[in-house]
Ligand binder design. Sequence first.
Ligand code: HH2
Length: 274
Amino acid sequence: MAFGERVWVMGILNVTPDSFSDGGKNFEARAAIGAGLRLAAAGADIIDIGGESTRPGAEPVPQQEELRRVLPVIEGILRRRRIPISIDTMKAGVAEAAVAAGAAMINDVSALRFDPRMGEVAARSGVPLVLMHMRGEPRTMQQGEIVYRDVVAEVAEFLAGAIERAVSCGVSRENIIVDPGIGFGKTVEHNLELIDRLGELRALGRPVLVGPSRKSFIGKILDLLPGERLWGTAAAVAAAVLRGADIVRVHDAREMSEAARVALAVRRRRAGQK
Ligand code: HH2
């Protein structure tokens, strides 16, 4: 994947009963395959398939159940369309099986912290690996007072450490993508600051993925429910792209690819590329 010249749109496909915005909608494999194909037709460049919700307070899912949810969907989409599929999981066994089934990217929101085998599996698979910042773990990440000395500096430091951990497991540096983890143990202000100062994360030298889609910071600003956050998401996507995002992870592929392309045109102009 060539980053820098364009923005990649990662379409979200949650095969879960409890995801915060689309939980239960695509819990049946057939519905999920249809939704994945629609995301691809709507302009998603990558489909990110997850079988375990990471929303605050979500209950962990056993590996067998996660595999039962995601594998038929990966296989079903790839039988009908050649599109890069990313597996959104914190479990090495799920990542391994997903790559064997044809997944072309691993999206580990724990940044190798939860499963000691994940680094080795990612290294062996040879596919791109997303490392995301999260404060603590999904169950507790929004609990208590959320305090950072300097949220951008701390996220950058965490991601720099995660990159080195991955490289020491044998993951090729060229395959690493970083993500500030919008909404993962952050206040509204932290999320806004991370988007506004995204350029500082580019100093890590790796492509930056941002996932603002329908998240609660948008709901808090606009006082709207997840399904009503389309325009707020478009604004967040545009801001992130303007500040240097290489990949945006979104539910609404068509609308967000349009927002991203216009923001990219402005960014390019500013960079004198035209
Ligand atoms: N956000 C969510 C899940 N996975 N992965 C990356 N790399 N970055 C993110 O920001 C990110 C992610 C949470 O959103 P969603 O998948 O819509 O909901 P849920 O976790 O409830 O399934």
